[in-house]
Design a protein around this ligand. Structure first.
Ligand code: MG
Ligand code: MG
Length: 256
């Protein structure tokens, strides 16, 4: 694995990308509501990218796990969709659970972040599921410190999930972030404490717990991108790009 560590000056250079991703997700969460079309959310993100002079990480993206190029700038995953949701002509309904995942490059540095919300009247189980992903993300960020290992991050996420009665799918997880969106190391959403890559100052990674309400199995939508739960239960996803430092981790994509 070619793991690149950033200097403190480079981490500072990555802040504008993180701030912009946070700004766009905040605007999208504000805009997402009953009666809003997913394509309009993608268009809003696209306008903000153009105005900022940023570069989408998604629009030309054609990885092995999708039918590329993606063609949109935002992932919108609704209800039983949880990851890589390809925006399509769909009007949000009361009680929909919406996950928004957004990554761009600003001045040559990438930031990547995701958030789940309910539009309209929420069901308690959906709020609980979202809260589990947020709490897992917070627990994982808390252990992202020198002296800890990659397995401590996975353990923090997996343990939190199990404590809420959820199981974890490890087919997709976090990743190194830098000049491109997906670098080494892979950051699994489960693991053994004290094992794996030692965390060092300058390591910049996306941590992204995602859980499904009643399964850990997934299936692919006919669109060739959208990842759905195998049993139709709902999913949620929380992601931040963070930098390990000598002190507290820096959450580059923190929203106000
Ligand atoms: Mg993401
Ligand atoms: Mg990511």
């Amino acid at each position: 694995m070619a793991i690149e560590l950033r200097t403190p000056a480079q981490v500072e250079e990555m802040r504008p990308a993180g701030r912009f991703v946070a700004e766009v997700l905040t605007a999208l969460v504000d805009a997402a509501d009953v009666g809003v079309n997913l394509l309009d959310l993608d268009a809003l993100a696209h306008r903000m990218i153009t105005e900022r002079g940023a570069e989408s990480c998604y629009i030309d993206y054609a990885p092995s796990f999708g039918r590329g190029p993606f063609g949109k700038v935002l992932c919108t995953s609704v209800n039983d969709a949880v990851l890589h949701g390809l925006p399509h002509d769909y009007v949000l309904q009361d009680g929909d659970l919406l996950s928004l995942d957004f990554a761009v490059s600003v001045d040559g540095w990438v930031a990547d972040s995701a958030v789940s919300v309910v539009v309209g009247t929420p069901r308690q189980q959906d709020l609980d599921l979202i809260e589990a992903t947020r709490d897992a993300l917070a627990a994982a960020i808390e252990v992202a410190r020198p002296g800890k290992k990659l397995g401590d991050i996975g353990d923090a996420i997996g343990s939190l999930a199990r404590s809420r009665g959820l199981s974890v799918n490890t087919q997709f997880g976090g990743h190194g972030v830098g000049r491109t969106m997906h670098g080494d190391p892979h950051v699994p959403n489960d693991g053994r404490a004290g094992r794996g890559l030692p965390l060092k100052p300058g390591l910049v990674i996306a941590i992204e717990p995602w859980f499904l309400a009643t399964t850990d199995e997934i299936r692919m939508h006919d669109d060739g991108w959208t990842i759905l739960s195998a049993d139709g239960s709902r999913g949620a996803h929380s992601e931040h790009t963070i930098a390990v430092t000598e002190g507290d981790p820096i959450v580059l994509t923190a929203r106000d």
